[in-house]
Design a protein around this ligand. Structure first.
Ligand SMILES: NS(=O)(=O)c1nc2c(F)c(F)c(F)c(F)c2s1
Ligand SMILES: [Zn+2]
Length: 238
């Protein structure tokens, strides 16, 4: 891969191969709740994951990704800032090496141990995920913070990964990994979910490299730091 999270290929160098890294709607951002404008026209988000069909789970060298069958509207997110339903394509995580750094979005400078991204695409307007991924209203990613605490969570359907409250912040942004397309309507839930240190340690056992490579690189700190807001408005649901 021509990018990573190390000293030679990390986020501060991505602009060399991906100039949009310095674009006007990059993600993640630091969310300031006090300056987020409450928008009463923002309705609740609706998640329909009941018939969700996961296909596989893989280590793609940057994260652990669970892919879903997206040939129809069986698993969609709609409502909130979205004008039509967006189909669930995959979910994946970002995390740190230890402690509470690891999330991509931060809230008043506060990081969480990890961040779950549920990636959806606008199949009403676009034929394929690839096409949607380059369109300004092509993707909707639901971000959920994971906070370390002593609890356990069972194997899951994404539905049970959700916190009790679906209150959210929303803003127009980008993919947080190359190609960094500015195609994402971000919906970040305010309430984190709890995961145990044991679960976090399982993430950290994943490798950036293949098992067979001699330099076993532990996968950790696979998060991009917050990017300039550049005049964007962050809106808050009620
Ligand atoms: N971290 S993210 O913004 O949710 C996110 N990045 C990417 C990405 F770079 C891709 F190439 C891709 F195919 C994705 F589906 C996502 S999803
Ligand atoms: Zn992500």
């Amino acid at each position: 891969h021509d990018w990573g999270y190390g000293v030679e290929d990390g986020p501060s160098l991505w602009h060399q191969n991906y100039p949009i890294a310095k674009g006007s709607r990059q993600s993640p951002i630091d969310i300031l709740p006090q300056t987020a404008s409450h928008d009463p026209s923002l309705g609740p988000i609706a998640l329909k994951y009941d018939q969700c069909t996961s296909i596989n789970i893989a280590n793609n060298g940057h994260s652990v990704v669970v892919e879903f069958e997206d040939s129809d509207d069986r698993s969609v997110i709609q409502g909130g800032p979205l004008d039509n339903p967006y189909r669930l394509k995959q979910f994946h995580f970002h995390w740190g090496g230890k402690g509470c750094r690891g999330s991509e979005h931060t809230v008043e400078g506060h990081s969480y141990a990890s961040e779950l991204h549920l990636v959806h695409w606008n199949a009403v307007k676009y034929e394929t995920f690839g096409e949607a991924a380059t369109a300004p209203d092509g993707l909707a990613v639901l971000g959920i913070f994971l906070e370390g605490s002593v609890t356990d969570f069972k194997s899951f359907n994404p539905k049970c990964l959700l916190p009790s409250s679906l209150h959210y912040w929303t803003y127009l942004g980008s993919l947080t990994t190359p190609p960094l397309h500015e195609s994402v309507t971000w919906i970040v839930l305010k309430e984190p979910i709890a995961v145990s240190e044991k679960q976090m340690s399982k993430f950290r056992m994943l490798l950036f490299t293949g098992e067979e490579e001699d330099q076993r690189m532990r996968m950790e700190n696979n998060f991009r730091p917050p990017q300039p807001l550049k005049g964007r408005k962050v809106r808050s649901s009620n």
